[in-house]
Design a protein around this ligand. Structure first.
Ligand SMILES: Cc1ncc(C[n+]2csc(CCOP(=O)(O)OP(=O)(O)O)c2C)c(N)n1
Length: 327
C-alpha cells in the first residue's frame, strides 16, 4: 500500500528528518556507552525512543526561534541545531563546552542557536518560555518559543500558571508535551484521570492536539501548524506527542517497574528504524543511501566525542565567572 504521508512530502524534509533522528540515536547511544565504559563521569537521562518528537518539532522552527527543554534534552538540542561537540564537552566539564563546562548534562544552553534553557526542575521551563515569548513580542521580534516537557510536568503548578498566562496574553508559544508514559518511575495513569494530556488545556481556552510521537511526519505537521499559528499572533497550542522511553528515567535505572513485554514491544518498533524502513519502502532512499546516513552519523558522533574528551577541563577559577549578567 502506498505511504501517502511520505509521498506527499518533499524529499529534502524526509531525508532531513531521518538524518536528525539518526544523529540523535547514535549520540545518545555513544553517551550511554561512554558512561558505561568509564570514559564519561556524568548523570544522564537518555532520550532514546523520543527522536521523532525532537526531529519533527525542530524541522518546524526557524533558526531564530527559541527553545526551552529539560534534562532529557539531547534530542531537542541537536534538532534545534546546537553542534554536538560543545554539548558533549559541556557534559564532560570541558572549557570548550557550550556553558564553559559549568552546566553538565542537565544544564545545556546555547543562545546563539536558540537553545535558551535546559532545566532540571520539572515544569519550570514553561513559565520561562512564556517570559521569553513576552520578551520577543515586546521587542517586536519575529520569534516563536517552543518548550518541551514530559507528561509528569503537566501536574506542576508552573504548567498551569504558565499556560494560562500564555493563553490570556496570546503569546507565541508552542507547548510540546513529550508523553513517554512515565514520570520518573510513575506510569501516567497513576497521576492523571483523563486519557489525553491535550484535553487538559481546554480549560485555558487554547487548542490541544495529540499526535503519534513516534511518527516524525505527524509531529512535524502538528508542530508546523502550531508554530504558524503562534507566529501569526494566534497564541499558544499544546502538542502532545505520545511516545515511549526506551531506557529508564536515568542511565543505570534498573527499570524494575516497567513490564518487560511492554519494553520489548516498544524496542521492536523503534521510531528511527521504522522511519528508515518507511523511506526505503517508499523509494525515497535505497538501502545504500540509508546506510550512508547511518555512516555519516557514526563518523560525526565519534569525531565530536574525541574532540570533546580531548579538550582541556574547565579551570576551577572559571566557576566565579559568568555568574552575573552585565547591566
Ligand atoms: C519540581 C520538581 N519536582 C520533582 C523533581 C524530581 N523529578 C525529576 S524527573 C521527574 C519526573 C518527570 O517526569 P516527566 O515530566 O514526565 O519527564 P520525563 O523525565 O519523562 O522526560 C521528577 C519527579 C524535580 N526535578 N523537579
Amino acid at each position: 500500500m502506498p505511504d501517502d504521508a511520505v509521498s506527499g512530502q518533499p524529499r529534502e524534509l524526509l531525508v532531513a528528518l531521518l538524518t536528525t533522528m539518526t544523529r540523535i540515536m547514535v549520540a545518545d547511544q555513544r553517551i550511554r556507552d561512554g558512561i558505561a565504559r568509564g570514559e564519561l563521569l556524568a548523570s544522564y537521562w537518555p532520550c532514546a525512543g523520543q527522536e521523532a518528537v525532537a526531529a519533527g518539532v525542530g524541522a518546524a522552527l526557524a533558526p531564530t526561534d527559541w527553545m526551552v527543554t529539560t534534562y532529557r534534552g539531547l534530542h531537542d538540542q541537536l534538532a534545534k541545531g546546537v553542534p554536538l561537540e560543545p554539548i558533549l564537552a559541556e557534559m564532560a566539564g570541558r572549557a570548550t563546552g557550550c556553558c564553559g563546562g559549568k552546566g553538565g548534562t542537565m544544564h545545556v544552553t546555547d543562545p546563539e542557536h536558540g537553545l535558551m534553557l535546559s532545566t532540571g526542575i520539572v515544569g519550570a521551563g514553561i513559565p520561562v518560555a512564556v517570559g521569553l515569548a513576552l520578551a520577543a513580542r515586546t521587542r517586536g521580534e519575529d520569534r516563536v518559543v517552543t518548550v518541551s516537557f514530559g507528561d509528569g510536568a503537566v501536574n506542576t503548578g508552573a504548567f498551569h500558571e504558565g499556560v494560562n498566562l500564555a493563553a490570556v496574553w496570546e503569546l507565541p508559544v508552542v507547548l510540546v508535551c513529550q508523553n513517554n508514559g512515565y514520570g520518573e518511575m510513575t506510569p501516567i495513569e497513576h497521576v492523571q484521570r483523563v486519557t489525553r494530556v491535550s484535553d487538559r488545556v481546554a480549560g485555558y481556552g487554547i487548542p490541544g492536539v495529540t499526535v503519534d510521537g513516534n511518527d516524525p511526519l505527524a509531529v512535524h505537521a502538528a508542530a508546523a501548524e502550531a508554530v504558524a499559528r503562534a507566529r501569526a499572533g494566534g497564541g499558544p497550542t499544546l502538542v502532545e506527542c505520545v511516545t515511549y522511553r526506551l531506557w529508564g528515567h536515568y542511565f543505570g535505572d534498573p527499570m524494575a517497574y516497567i513490564p518487560p513485554e511492554q519494553l520489548e514491544a516498544a524496542r521492536a518498533n523503534h521510531p528511527v528504524t521504522s522511519f528508515r524502513a518507511r523511506l526505503v519502502a517508499a523509494g525515497v532512499l535505497d538501502e545504500a543511501a540509508a546506510d550512508a546516513v547511518d555512516a555519516e552519523a557514526a563518523a560525526e558522533v565519534e569525531g565530536a566525542w574525541r574532540g570533546a574528551m580531548e579538550a582541556a577541563a574547565a579551570s576551577p577559577g572559571s566557576a566565579l565567572t559568568d555568574v552575573y549578567a552585565g547591566a
